[in-house]
Design a protein around this ligand. Structure first.
Ligand code: SF4
Length: 365
């Protein structure tokens, strides 16, 4: 692939090709997995330019928030509109968390179970393909771009796991891959496809420029690949056997501390304080300083219950005192302060000293 996508790849017969496609592919339809990132946007654009009808599918996981500003499709609606394709969005929830507990193909460098995750997305694409009578699936995957999910072996596994062998066209890397069903059947011309591979995005950026696309966010984003966030996820899975979507939302907010079998989440600003309050549920305890400005903090026990025998209760009082000292540390108080503790029904006050910084770090997740 060189400087000019159309001239170098589609040769002088470009306009003729388009006329031929009008005749031969007018009823060809594909489902494209669209994240809103650079590669999937290019893949969709290539299909559109070949006269293929594209139905875009965006899959949202609990760790890939459209609104979090970290990528992973937050621009996807905008991109679909600009491309002029219909967009369907599917939300994965508890089933995704269930998979995350024990992914068949393990994790990447963070807590990202990319192979299992892609297989789930492919399965959804397959369902949509059957529902809308599409001929094949299109993705923006580029061979060897991502170490875990885009090597040859992983691509094969993902296809096999989703029963889509031969039905997934990857137009950006197709020339490095075995011809797919739509190519063999003559629905798509292989000579119109590309042979990009590797981690560099230079070729894609140039291609986007030539195709007149506003180059979207290239990296995409997934909280599970973030090292600090991954530690929080690991901690959650180690302490809670059946995490809920609420537990996952809480991972995205505030500072986190592990206090024995409880976790303390401390807000960093007004917005986070409000979010923490909104995520409070039965069994949780809310702490905030009295008379001085400071954070809201939510204490959540791993088993979700605060009632226990005497010994357990004693341990919980210690945890509560520790939590109060952390809240005091983040308040505007110069020294000791009073922390108000509430379970939503009863309220009490604890006199507390701010925890020392060295101690504080030993609890941080
Ligand atoms: S980075 Fe991996 S786990 Fe995250 S959304 Fe992408 S494929 Fe899924």
């Amino acid at each position: 692939m060189g400087e000019d996508y159309y001239n170098n790849n589609n040769s002088s017969s470009s306009s003729k090709n388009h006329k031929e496609k009008d005749k031969t592919t007018s009823k060809v339809r594909c489902v494209a997995l669209l994240s809103g990132g650079l590669d999937s946007t290019l893949a969709v654009k290539m299909m559109k330019d070949m006269g293929v009808e594209v139905k875009a599918l965006a899959v949202k996981t609990p760790f890939c928030d459209f609104d979090c500003g970290k990528g992973c499709g937050f621009r996807v609606k905008e991109v679909a509109d600009a491309l002029g394709v219909e967009l369907k969005t599917v939300y994965l929830g508890e089933e995704y968390i269930e998979m995350l507990k024990r992914p068949k193909y393990g994790y990447g460098s963070g807590m990202n179970p990319c192979i299992d995750c892609r297989a789930m997305m492919y399965k959804l694409a397959k369902e949509y393909m059957e529902e809308c009578g599409a001929d094949f699936i299109v993705t923006g995957e580029v061979l060897n771009q991502r170490p875990m999910s885009q090597n040859m072996r992983a691509l094969r596994i993902i296809e096999r796991e989703s029963n889509l062998e031969g039905k997934v066209l990857r137009p950006l890397s197709a020339k490095h891959l075995k011809p797919t069903e739509p190519e063999v059947k003559g629905l798509i011309r292989r000579d119109m496809l590309l042979g990009i591979k590797g981690r560099s995005r230079k070729v894609q950026m140039e291609l986007a420029r030539q195709l007149g696309l506003d180059a979207p966010n290239a990296a995409g984003g997934c909280l599970l690949t973030d090292k600090q966030f991954a530690r929080r996820v690991r901690d959650l899975l180690d302490h809670v056997s059946n995490p809920t979507l609420n537990d996952v939302e809480l991972l995205k907010v505030g500072r986190h501390f592990r206090l024995d079998n409880a976790k303390l989440v401390v807000g960093r600003n007004k917005d986070e304080n409000e979010l923490i309050q909104a995520l409070m549920q039965d069994g949780d305890i809310m702490l905030e300083p009295k008379d001085v400005k400071g954070p809201k903090a939510l204490l959540r026990y791993s088993n979700g219950k605060r009632d226990g025998d005497g010994e357990e209760e004693e341990g919980k009082e210690e945890v509560l005192a520790l939590a109060a000292s952390i809240v005091c540390r983040y308040s505007d108080a110069d020294g000791p302060c009073v922390v108000v503790v509430s379970d939503g029904i009863t309220t009490k006050e604890i006199k507390s000293e701010p925890i020392a910084n060295t101690m504080l770090e030993s609890y941080r997740i």
